[in-house]
Ligand binder design. Structure first.
Ligand SMILES: Cc1ncc(COP(=O)(O)O)c(C=O)c1O
Length: 391
C-alpha cells in the first residue's frame, strides 16, 4: 500500500469510532449506554424540517453559490452582529459542510508544510488530524496544569517564526470550560503582537450555563478581527448534525482563499440544508432554550452522580454537554490508561465513553450528557459498578 507521507500518521476519530462501535452493538440488541456522542439526542425542530421538504418540492436541488445562498449569508451577518458584536458583510462569510469543513478549508488554505499550529490540550480530536493533513506541525500547549484555562505565558513560549495560527474552542469540547473576556483579551494581544491567525471555534456558543457568558475573540478589536476566523454551525444548537451546515466569518481576502478549497473539494454544501438553515436562524429562541434547559438538568444530575463515586473528580462544565472526569486515581495501578478504561467499560460493562488520551488529556474520560436521563443514569451506574468490581 502506498499512501502520502502527509497522511501516514493521521489517526482515526476515537469519538466516531467508539460511537459507531456502540451503535453497531445496539443494532445487535446489546443494551449499551451510549454517552460518547457529540450530538444532541433531540430531533431537528419541525419548522426546520418543513423548510427542507418545501425546498425539495420546489426543486431547489441544484448546486448553489460556493459561498452559500444569499438569504442565509444575510441571516448569518445579522446573527454575528446581534449576538457576537461582529460586523460582517456576505463577502466575509463562507457556509460549508459543517463547522468541520470550515476549519478544514482554512487550514488547507493557510498552512505551509513547515507551519506550526498551536493547539490547546485537551483539543477536539479533528484539529490535530486536520493540521497533520496539511503537512503542518501541531504544537500542543497543555492546559491541564492551569485548570484547563488559557495561560498566555505558556502559549507565548511556543511561538516562533514558523507559528502560523492558534485554534481555540470556547465553550470547550471536552472540558466544558468557557473563556472569560479577560482571558480572551490577553490572548488577542498576544496574537496581534505576533501577527498569527486564529480559528475561534464557537460551535457550542449557545449551550452555556449561567453565570458564564460567551465572548467572540474577534469582537474585541479590529486588529484581532482581521486575524480571526470565527467558526460556528447549526449541528449542536439546532440538533442538526446530519444536515451539515457550518459557517465562518473572517477577513474578506482570507475567506476567499478558504473558498478556493471549497470550490475544488465540495463545491458547496447541500442546497436543501441551506434552506433548512434559513429556517433555523429564524427559529423561535424558546425552542433552542428548551433544549438547553434539558442539558442543564442532565448536567446537574450527572455531576451529583459522579460526586458520589469515590476516587472520581470532574471539571464543572460551564458550557457544552460533556463532563470531563478525572480517573487518574485509578491509572497506573489497575489500568494502564484511559483507553484501557474505556475499552473495558464498553466491552464488559456496556457503556460507551471517550478516553481523554486521544485528546491530549491522559487520565481523563469524557462523558457526554447529550443523551436521555435514563441513558445517563444507566451509564453512570455501570461506571460505578465497574470501579467497585475492579479496583
Ligand atoms: C469543537 C467542535 N468543533 C466542531 C465540530 C464539528 O461540528 P459540525 O457538525 O458543524 O461539523 C464539533 C463536533 O463534534 C466539535 O465538537
Amino acid at each position: 500500500m502506498k499512501i502520502s507521507k502527509r497522511f501516514a500518521n493521521v489517526g482515526d476519530s476515537s469519538t466516531l469510532k467508539i460511537t459507531s462501535l456502540a451503535k453497531s452493538m445496539k443494532s445487535k440488541n446489546i443494551d449499551v449506554a451510549i454517552l460518547a456522542a457529540g450530538e444532541p439526542d433531540f430531533d431537528t425542530p419541525d419548522k426546520i424540517k418543513e423548510e427542507a421538504i418545501k425546498a425539495i418540492k420546489e426543486g431547489f436541488t441544484g448546486y448553489t453559490a460556493v459561498r452559500g445562498i444569499n438569504e442565509l449569508l444575510d441571516l448569518i451577518c445579522e446573527k454575528f452582529k446581534r449576538e457576537n458584536g461582529l460586523e460582517y458583510k456576505p463577502e466575509n462569510i463562507m457556509v460549508s459542510t459543517g463547522a468541520k469543513q470550515s476549519i478544514y478549508n482554512v487550514l488547507q488554505a493557510l498552512c505551509d508544510e513547515d507551519s506550526e499550529i498551536i493547539l490547546l490540550a485537551p483539543y477536539w480530536v479533528s484539529y490535530i488530524e486536520m493540521v497533520k493533513m496539511t503537512g503542518a506541525l501541531p504544537v500542543v500547549v497543555d492546559t491541564s496544569v492551569d485548570n484547563f484555562r488559557i495561560n498566555v505565558e505558556r502559549i507565548k513560549e511556543k511561538i516562533n517564526k514558523k507559528t502560523r495560527m492558534i485554534i481555540i474552542n470556547s465553550p470547550n469540547n471536552l472540558t466544558g470550560v468557557v473563556y472569560t473576556e479577560k482571558e480572551l483579551r490577553e490572548l488577542a494581544d498576544l496574537i496581534v503582537e505576533h501577527n498569527i491567525y486564529c480559528i475561534s471555534d464557537e460551535i457550542y456558543e449557545k449551550i452555556i450555563y449561567s453565570p458564564n457568558k460567551h465572548y467572540s475573540i474577534a469582537a474585541l478589536n479590529n486588529n484581532i478581527k482581521d486575524l480571526t476566523f470565527t467558526v460556528n454551525g447549526l449541528s449542536k444548537t439546532y440538533a442538526m448534525t446530519g444536515w451539515r451546515i457550518g459557517y465562518l466569518g473572517g477577513e474578506r481576502k482570507l475567506v476567499e482563499k478558504a473558498l478556493m478549497v471549497q470550490t475544488h473539494s465540495t463545491s458547496c454544501t447541500s442546497s436543501i440544508s441551506q434552506k433548512a438553515a434559513v429556517a433555523a436562524l429564524k427559529l423561535d429562541e424558546r425552542i433552542v432554550n428548551s433544549m438547553i434547559d434539558e442539558f442543564k438538568k442532565r448536567r446537574e444530575f450527572l455531576m451529583k452522580k459522579v460526586e458520589n463515586i469515590e476516587g472520581l473528580n470532574y471539571v464543572q462544565p460551564q458550557g457544552a454537554f460533556y463532563l470531563f472526569v478525572d480517573f487518574r486515581n485509578f491509572i497506573g495501578k489497575k489500568f494502564k490508561d484511559s483507553e484501557e478504561i474505556c475499552t473495558r467499560l464498553l466491552e464488559d460493562y456496556k457503556v460507551a465513553v471517550i478516553p481523554g488520551g486521544a485528546f491530549g488529556a491522559e487520565g481523563f474520560v469524557r462523558i457526554s450528557y447529550a443523551a436521555s436521563m435514563s441513558e445517563i443514569e444507566k451509564g453512570i451506574d455501570r461506571i460505578e459498578k465497574f470501579l467497585k468490581e475492579n479496583v
